[in-house]
Structure formats: structure tokens, C-alpha cells
Design a protein around this ligand. Structure first.
Ligand code: HEC
Ligand code: HEC
Ligand code: HEC
Length: 373
């Protein structure tokens, strides 16, 4: 990896990512999914009231995350970390069984630890808003103050999902936990919807906000795992450095914004802040079809970048990994099927980081771009 790239991404201070924490939950009670599930509320059968049904029957968040902790693979990971029981250890439950971490005195009458990633894991602990959230005189702002997350806001939503979908600490990765890639648009589409279809978010905008938030979290991971004084240690985290740098490259190409400061250590803090600012700005922006199209054609034209021999192959592979997801979401946002076959080929070529061939990828990207014209 070149020195400038390293230097530009190695620096900084731990910034508490206050935005991902939401309201102060230390005193608010969790009431449990069944508090939402009476038939007149979200436990009905009709389209507007079927949220509990959709979540409990179809959504992988209700059963799978906790079940995963009982698999052979989970045991293997746990053993490597000397964790006795992954189903109760906070290093695992924090994402796979988040209600486990709720203190005893904050558990309401209907609270069940076994609920998995439940309504309140995403919408916020309900004690202060359960009664008020149906009142017509309550605005979104009032509800936010009461601790209900405004998930319609893409930035807030991205912060909610990314908390479990991007950063896995190095020890867990080394123990064999799969690496995670956060991509808000694709992952939102993949989640069985318990909200109305009319609310059609712009996919390209959703994608972009998600990627900016993902970058912020990766930078945060670096500063959290290696404090500023630990420069040499950071330099050895090639994998993380390359993931940060690749995502930064993508966002630069997509928006023109240069997020990584060019100077040294002291600017890591701004790097993280820049990524966060970009996410907020893009979330608040009015989005147009033209913007989606410009983004798509701009990213499709990046074939020459993959021929740059000064950049290590592993870095090219990381760039490709994020780029194919971007192209996928931008095509979907345009409902464009002109280049589906070429995109499939790109996905294949980007699948394996160790086997990545930059020249081949570049040629395939050339073809993708031609198919769009
Ligand atoms: C409290 C943690 C948590 C939150 C918050 C969360 N998830 Fe998940 N999600 C998980 C876990 C853990 C799994 C893995 C399930 C398994 O396979 O064990 C998962 C699985 C998924 C999957 C299927 C696997 C994949 O990665 O493709 C999708 C899609 C997904 N989540 C989307 C979302 C979206 C969208 C949001 C925000 C609206 C969100 N999640 C919020 C923990 C969370
Ligand atoms: C930062 C949140 C987070 C933490 C912490 C976490 N996981 Fe995961 N884990 C996930 C998500 C999200 C997935 C789903 C990945 C996917 O499907 O793309 C996952 C997937 C897995 C899988 C693979 C499931 C499969 O597809 O085969 C196993 C096994 C697993 N986790 C076990 C653990 C264990 C054991 C721990 C604790 C040592 C742990 N996880 C901690 C978020 C987390
Ligand atoms: C993985 C995160 C997640 C979980 C778990 C979750 N939700 Fe949601 N929920 C969302 C998101 C994202 C939206 C869409 C926000 C928007 O656009 O308004 C949403 C929207 C809603 C809406 C608005 C519906 C509409 O059409 O406007 C209701 C009501 C709701 N959720 C209730 C629930 C209930 C009840 C549960 C538990 C049974 C639950 N949610 C579990 C993420 C989640």
C-alpha cells in the first residue's frame, strides 16, 4: 500500500458515534413485542396492522440471529475466543440477541429476552412513547424526543441498521466470524417489509447514505481498536485500512467529495466527521433521477482505475467489492435491465478477494459500461 494512502487514513481520535446510540436508553424500559401486538394495533391481519405477523413469521430478525448462536460454527468462533456460551456472552448477544443486554430493572412485564432483534431494537425502547405514539397531536419530533426513532429518515435508519451490520471487531474476525458489509438499500429491500409499499424510498439515495455511514463506522473501528498513539499497530491492520480506503474511493467517485484528509495523524477525526456529514447531507437532499443516472454512468466509467499498477491488487479487490454493490443498487433504482448479464459477470469476478484479477475486472467493467449505452 502506498505511503500516502496509509497516511491519509491513519490518524485520529476516538469520536463517540453519538448518532448511532440514539436516545439515552439507560433509564427507559423495553416493553416487548407483544406490547405492540394486540389485534387493534400491530398484531392484526390487515395490511396496515400486520407488522407483528410479518416480523414474527417472515423476518429473519425474529428467530435467526439468536438461533445462529447455537450452531456449530458459532461454537467454533466462541471456542477460539474462549467464550463459554455464545448465547449469553455480550460479545455475541449485542447483535444476535440484543435484548439480553437490557438490564433487569428495564424489562417491562411482557419483555422476553428470546425475541431476537425485536421491534424496540430498531424503533427504540417504548416505555415513553407506547401510549403517545398514536396521538394525532404528537409530531415526529415529539416522538423522537420520547425515544422513538424516526426510521423514515434515511440517516437515522442507516445508523440503526449499521450498528449490527458493519463493524465486527478484529478478534471476532480472526476467530472466524464472517466479515460484514453494510449496504442499506439492498439490505432494506431484502428485509420483508412490514411498512407500506407506497413509501418508496429512492434506492440510489438510500445506497449512498448507507455507504457514507459505513465508512464512518470503519474509521471509528480503527480509532477505537487502536488509539492515536498506536500508530505502528494501525499500520499493520492492512485489511481494515484497505476497506476504509476503498470505500472512500467509491464515495469520492460518486460524489466528488474528498473525504480523507491528505495530511497526517491529526486529521483522522475530520475524516470520520466528513463521512458523517456526507451521510447527513445526502439524507436531507432532494434526489432526482438525473442524479442516479449521473452516478451510474460515472461509476461505470471507472475501468481505467483498475489498471493502476501502483495500487495493490488487494486494494483493487476491495474497491471492486463495493463498486459492484453500487452498480447493482443504481441499476435497480433506475429499473434498468440493460446490463444485467454484464453485472453478473462483475459480481463473479469480485467474489473472491484473494483471487481477484484487476485486469479482467477492468475489461468486464468496460463491457458493462458499453451495455449501458
Ligand atoms: C440489533 C442488531 C440488528 C439491527 C439493529 C439490525 N439487524 Fe439485520 N441482522 C442482525 C443479525 C444478527 C442478522 C444475522 C441473522 C443470522 O443469520 O443469524 C441480521 C440479518 C439481516 C439480514 C439478512 C442477512 C444479510 O445480511 O443479508 C438483512 C437483509 C438485515 N439484517 C437487514 C437489516 C436492516 C435493513 C436493518 C435496519 C432497518 C437491520 N437489519 C437492523 C442484526 C441486526
Ligand atoms: C456487530 C454485530 C455482530 C456481532 C457482535 C456478532 N455477530 Fe455474528 N453475525 C452478525 C451478522 C449481521 C451476521 C449475518 C451475516 C450475513 O448473513 O451476511 C452474522 C453472522 C454470524 C454467523 C454466520 C451465520 C451463517 O450465515 O452461517 C455466525 C456463526 C455468527 N454470526 C456467530 C457469532 C458469534 C459466535 C458471535 C460472538 C462471538 C457473533 N456472531 C457476534 C452480526 C454480529
Ligand atoms: C430490523 C429493524 C426493524 C424491526 C425489528 C422492526 N421494525 Fe418496524 N420499521 C422498520 C423500518 C426501517 C420501517 C420503515 C420506516 C418508514 O419508512 O417509516 C419500519 C416501519 C414500521 C411501521 C410503520 C408502518 C408504515 O406503513 O408506515 C410500524 C407500525 C412498525 N414498523 C412496527 C413494528 C413492529 C410492531 C415491530 C415488531 C413486531 C417492528 N416494527 C420491528 C424497522 C424495523
Amino acid at each position: 500500500m502506498s505511503k500516502t494512502i496509509c497516511h491519509s487514513i491513519i490518524a485520529g481520535l476516538l469520536l463517540a458515534v453519538a448518532a448511532t446510540r440514539g436516545a439515552d436508553l439507560s433509564t427507559v424500559k423495553f416493553l416487548g413485542a407483544s406490547s405492540c401486538a394486540s389485534s387493534g394495533c400491530h398484531g392484526g391481519g390487515g395490511l396496515k396492522q400486520n407488522q407483528f405477523l410479518v416480523w414474527s413469521v417472515k423476518d429473519f430478525h425474529s428467530q435467526r440471529p439468536t438461533a445462529t448462536l447455537t450452531t456449530a460454527r458459532a461454537k467454533q468462533i466462541a471456542e477460539a475466543l474462549e467464550i463459554k456460551d455464545p448465547t449469553t456472552d455480550a460479545r455475541c448477544t449485542t447483535c444476535h440477541a440484543p435484548l439480553h443486554d437490557v438490564a433487569e430493572h428495564l424489562r417491562g412485564e411482557n419483555f422476553k429476552v428470546s425475541e431476537g432483534v425485536s421491534c424496540e431494537s430498531c424503533h427504540g425502547a417504548a416505555e415513553n412513547w407506547l401510549r403517545s405514539h398514536t396521538r394525532h397531536d404528537y409530531t415526529r419530533a415529539d416522538l423522537t424526543v420520547a425515544g422513538m426513532r424516526d426510521l423514515q429518515n434515511l440517516y437515522v435508519r442507516a445508523n440503526t441498521c449499521v450498528a449490527c451490520h458493519q463493524v465486527v471487531s478484529q478478534p471476532l474476525l480472526k476467530a472466524g466470524h464472517p466479515e460484514l458489509i453494510f449496504e442499506l438499500d439492498g439490505q432494506s429491500v431484502a428485509e420483508p417489509k412490514h411498512w407500506s409499499a407506497e413509501k418508496n424510498d429512492n434506492g440510489a439515495q438510500t445506497w449512498l447514505v448507507g455507504q457514507a455511514v459505513a465508512l464512518r463506522e470503519l474509521i471509528w473501528q480503527m480509532t477505537r481498536e487502536h488509539p492515536m498513539t498506536d500508530h505502528a499497530q494501525r499500520m499493520t491492520e492492512t485489511n481494515l485500512l484497505e476497506r476504509i480506503s476503498a470505500l472512500s474511493w467509491l464515495l469520492h467517485k460518486a460524489t466528488g467529495e474528498q473525504l480523507s484528509p491528505t495530511t497526517l495523524m491529526e486529521d483522522f477525526e475530520s475524516y470520520q466527521r466528513n463521512a458523517d456529514k456526507l451521510a447527513q447531507e445526502k439524507s436531507a437532499a432532494a434526489w432526482s433521477e438525473q442524479m442516479t443516472h449521473d452516478c451510474l454512468t460515472g461509476l461505470a466509467a471507472l475501468a481505467p482505475d483498475f489498471l493502476d499498477q501502483k495500487i495493490p491488487v488487494s486494494m483493487h479487490a476491495r474497491r471492486a467489492e463495493r463498486l459492484v454493490l453500487a452498480l447493482d443498487r443504481l441499476l435497480a433504482a433506475e429499473n434498468n435491465h440493460q446490463a444485467d448479464a454484464e453485472l453478473n459477470q462483475l459480481f463473479k469476478l469480485a467474489q473472491s478477494i484473494p483471487d481477484f484479477d484487476a485486469k479482467q475486472f477492468s475489461a468486464a467493467l468496460e463491457k458493462f459500461s458499453a451495455a449501458l449505452k
